[in-house]
Design a binder for this molecule. Structure first.
Ligand SMILES: Cc1ncc(COP(=O)(O)O)c(C=O)c1O
Length: 386
């Protein structure tokens, strides 16, 4: 089996991730931050350790600025629905995932906010000039995807967020695809709120993700999505207002968080840390695209050979669903077809409504796998579309 669907969730997970999950379930077992017994305290330490590593990873000093959620979608819903107020204007981009577009569209349809979607250039890349043209006095926030899950294009986060800082706009960055691939520093990159997935480039288990707030960002601007048990201030009928408890009601996914923590250790253990991940993905992407262009008739890609391991493509004369079905059922190659939950991005790049086939690589993918898949794509391309 060849797994090329790492942008959906990475697989396989590193051994240390599996061991951390199993170890938490078999040796620790307890609920973090709830009881005073040693096992509960140990569970709390596991969670704190993960917060500490993530804080370093995102360039924030206070580990309490990391809020755990069950995925990037929940983090984005928390940031968007928690922050926006009636009458706000919001700017976003055509490369957004439905995890951004759908919460925004709901608020817009309820008459709560209005939205401007920046088209960007032909690849969907937005410039400061374009952003500036659409900022109004009511504009409160800019929500932007960092790396597109469709084509892998990278938005110039630092410049765009720097402009927003000057204008007093709050920035929410969807780093679902970039966390674990591009180094993020919330101070240098001028980002107020990062939403990330723990189960993709950070190699944690599914069911992990989070929201990170920049140091000095007033968390009281965000209303919690859920309220309930936190293990703190239990005598009070109101939700605690301090971080991270204000946003983290209910029992945390301790085993998943332990796995995510081990995922970060795995990245840091590579010879150049994140640099090794980048190099591997860039090298494989270039190798695959260059070779597929040469050897696979009708291969057209919407991704750049310089990208970070996300390749969208079509084979002329073949349906994308037919290609992925053959890849999976005849040849054991797992890929994803269609719109990848980002219909606006496909409209922007001209592949709507059929979408594309997407190969997305992890550090575990190899040149041999790329070679085999190119052979297979050549066969599919030369065969009749069924
Ligand atoms: C750009 C982008 N944003 C958000 C998400 C949602 O992530 P999750 O599956 O963790 O909710 C994804 C998932 O593919 C994504 O690619």
């Amino acid at each position: 089996m060849i797994y090329f669907d790492n942008a959906a969730t990475s697989f396989p997970k590193p051994e240390e991730v599996v061991e951390a999950v199993v170890g938490t379930m078999t040796k620790t077992g307890a609920n973090p931050g709830r009881s005073g017994h040693t096992q509960s305290v140990r569970a709390g330490e596991i969670v704190f350790e993960a917060r500490r590593k993530l804080a370093v990873f995102f360039g924030v000093k206070n580990p309490m600025n990391i809020i755990f959620t069950s995925n990037a979608t929940e983090a984005l819903n928390l940031a968007i629905k928690g922050l926006l107020r009636k009458g706000d204007h919001v700017v976003t981009t055509s490369m957004e995932h439905n995890s951004v577009i759908r919460p925004l569209k709901r608020l817009e349809s309820e008459g709560y906010i209005d939205i401007t979607v920046l088209e960007g250039d032909e690849d969907g890349v937005v410039s400061v000039e374009e952003l500036e043209q659409h900022v109004k006095s009511r504009t409160r926030a800019f929500v932007l995807n960092h790396i597109s899950n469709v084509t892998g294009i990278v938005q110039p986060l630092e410049e765009l967020c720097g402009f927003c800082r000057e204008k007093g706009l709050i920035t929410i960055a969807d780093c679902a695809q970039s966390a674990g691939i591009i180094p993020l520093d919330m101070v240098k990159d001028n980002i107020d709120i990062v939403c990330f997935a723990g189960h993709k480039g950070l190699y944690g288990p599914t069911g992990t993700g989070g929201m990170v707030l920049r140091e000095g960002f007033d968390h009281r601007l965000i209303k919690p999505l859920k309220e309930g048990g936190t293990g703190s201030l239990s005598d009070k009928e109101f939700q605690p207002e301090f971080m991270p408890d204000v946003f983290e009601s209910g029992t945390l996914n301790t085993a998943g968080i332990a796995g995510l923590s081990a995922g970060i250790d795995f990245i840091n253990s590579l010879p150049e840390g994140l640099g090794s991940v980048q190099l591997h993905k860039q090298t494989l992407q270039k190798y695959f695209i260059d070779k597929a262009r040469k050897h696979v008739p009708g291969f057209i890609t919407q991704s750049s050979p310089d990208g970070y391991g996300v390749v969208s493509f079509v084979l002329e004369g073949h349906s994308v669903s037919g290609i992925t079905m053959k890849l999976s059922e005849k040849y054991g190659i797992m890929s994803r077809q269609g719109l990848h939950c980002a219909p606006l991005a496909h409209k922007r790049i001209g592949t709507f409504p059929e979408g594309t086939v997407r190969f997305s690589f992890s550090v575990f993918n190899t040149r041999q796998e790329a070679d085999f898949s190119i052979e297979v794509l050549k066969k599919i391309s030369e065969s009749a579309d069924e």
